[in-house]
Design a protein around this ligand. Structure first.
Ligand code: HEM
Length: 204
């Protein structure tokens, strides 16, 4: 009985909200919509800015980024083994998925922090090795990102005729080595940022 009345009360609230929504002017609707998207944005930010789960000074966002990049590197390695076993279809799917995951994370989680915290020095001065490790990482990472995407597009037959190389092996090996090097130096970047430097960014 209690369950049914609770259900009816919920339904009533829902119907009242729809009624109010339809009776609002367009201007007010737009404002309400903007307000709700701001609330959603704040909730997402708050979720990612909680302390991370790896027990360092990193927030949840940096820990998730690290996990995703390690996952992409593992997938690249599985894809490499699949190619050695001549399972080319499975190899193509694995490498395309890993390259897409890698590209999304680089664009979403690395370009902006690099601009703000290295180029603009947003957080204040840090030890020299903080800048050198991150810059070496960013250069190898950018090369891996561009070259890796080119090889992935070629593997899927999506580049113009002139760029269609036939000798896959060296191209794919170089792309794989660059991705792995970027990931390894990325792990070092994580350690420098959130473990080694004396004044790490603390997120609460
Ligand atoms: C194949 C490409 C790349 C790989 C595999 C890679 C991998 C990683 C990994 C594993 C981390 C540690 C996770 C973390 O600290 O959040 C990291 C951090 C970082 N990377 Fe990359 N990266 C790549 C490309 C780039 C590029 C192109 C840039 C800059 C232009 C860049 C800038 C950074 C920065 C600034 C951080 C620290 C981010 C933070 O913690 O706020 N990375 N990267």
């Amino acid at each position: 009985m209690k369950g049914i009345s609770h259900h009816l009360a919920e339904k009533r609230k829902y119907l009242i909200s729809i009624y109010i929504w339809y009776n609002l002017s367009n201007n007010k609707r737009q404002k309400l919509y903007q307000l709700s998207s701001l609330c959603l944005e704040a909730t997402i930010l708050e979720f990612f800015h909680q302390p991370g789960f790896l027990g360092t000074h990193a927030n949840r966002f940096a820990d998730i980024t690290l996990m995703l990049m390690v996952l992409a590197a593992a997938l690249f390695t599985i894809g490499f083994v699949l190619a050695r076993k001549k399972q080319f279809m499975a190899h193509r799917v694995a490498q395309t998925t890993a390259a897409a995951l890698n590209a999304i994370v680089v664009l979403w989680a690395m370009m902006l922090p690099f601009y703000k915290e290295i180029i603009q020095d947003f957080m204040g001065e840090r030890p020299a090795y903080f800048y050198s490790v991150t810059s070496i990482h960013a250069s190898i990472g950018l090369t891996a990102f561009v070259f890796g995407l080119f090889v992935t597009l070629r593997g899927n037959g999506l580049v113009p005729k002139k760029l269609k190389f036939k000798n896959y092996k060296p191209y794919m090996r170089v792309a794989y080595a660059l991705y792995l090097a970027a990931t390894l130096i990325g792990v070092l970047v994580y350690l420098v940022w959130y473990v080694f430097i004396p004044n790490p960014p603390v997120y609460v």
